[in-house]
Design a binder for this molecule. Structure first.
Ligand code: 3PY
Ligand code: MG
Length: 238
């Protein structure tokens, strides 16, 4: 299994459809990681286990975006063998610390000990805890969020960020006000030496956000890729 890298321009895949075959397919493409999205994806806990097994079989590391910043949700993803979690809507240092605590057993944290799959997988590195900064409250609290111990990376949710700042979703396509907002997240993360990633609705977004200083990106979901390709091929066939 490759080491999970959230720097050096790593590019990840994003899964929203349940199913181990698609997970294995996406794991085999060469992405630096594959993230299974349980927040907005259609993937429940029973679908998650075979997807993580399929991604593991390809040697690509996996992350899970959990449904919410809740210890039970984080523990279930890690117990099923994810290498780390992306925790949505983290707005304060207290919430960031709670997310980290949910990733670690005592004494560092409060994660309950239950070595089911993790037991038979054997010794593994500590899970990565990535918190999402995607609200104006989180942007205001970012300097203090970045002081939280054992926080591995920040991940920007560009759509929630735009909506929360009163901007349309298309603000992500470019424009000074939105880029200033992104800069106010990327700059402090880089200064603090923390990896900072962002969800990208297209390869063009990935290139632009990387040029702005993001250290890793996650590319549009497999559902969007499939629908876009299907619509293109249908149009070409008419
Ligand atoms: C957002 O853009 O808000 C996200 O959470 C991306 O998945
Ligand atoms: Mg979001």
């Amino acid at each position: 299994m490759d080491t999970l890298r959230l720097a050096d321009d790593a590019v990840g895949a994003w899964l929203q459809l349940p199913g181990s075959a698609t997970a294995e397919l996406m794991g085999s493409v060469g992405f630096d990681f594959v993230c299974v999205d349980q927040q907005h994806g259609l993937i429940g806990d029973d679908a998650l286990l075979p997807m993580l097994q399929a991604i593991d079989a390809t040697g690509t590391p996996s992350l899970v975006r959990v449904t919410a910043n809740e210890p039970a949700a984080i523990g279930r993803a890690l117990d099923r063998g994810a290498a780390g979690v992306i925790v949505p809507l983290v707005d304060s240092p207290e919430e960031a610390d709670a997310a980290v605590a949910a990733c670690y057993h005592p004494p560092r944290g409060s994660r309950s000990y239950g070595p089911t799959r993790t037991g038979w997988l054997g010794e593994r590195p500590d899970p990565l805890c990535v918190v999402m900064v995607e609200t104006t409250a989180a942007v205001a609290a970012l300097p203090r969020i970045l002081e939280v111990d054992d926080l591995d990376a920040v991940f920007i949710g560009p759509s929630d960020l735009a909506l929360g700042a009163g901007m349309p979703l298309r603000a992500q396509d470019g424009g000074p006000a939105y880029e200033d907002l992104l800069g106010s997240i990327i700059g402090p993360c880089r200064e603090a030496g923390r990896p900072v990633g962002i969800y990208c609705a297209s390869p063009a977004h990935a290139r632009r956000f990387r040029d702005m200083g993001c250290t890793f990106t996650a590319l549009m979901s497999e559902a969007t890729m499939l629908r876009t390709a299907a619509a293109t091929h249908l149009a070409d066939s008419r």
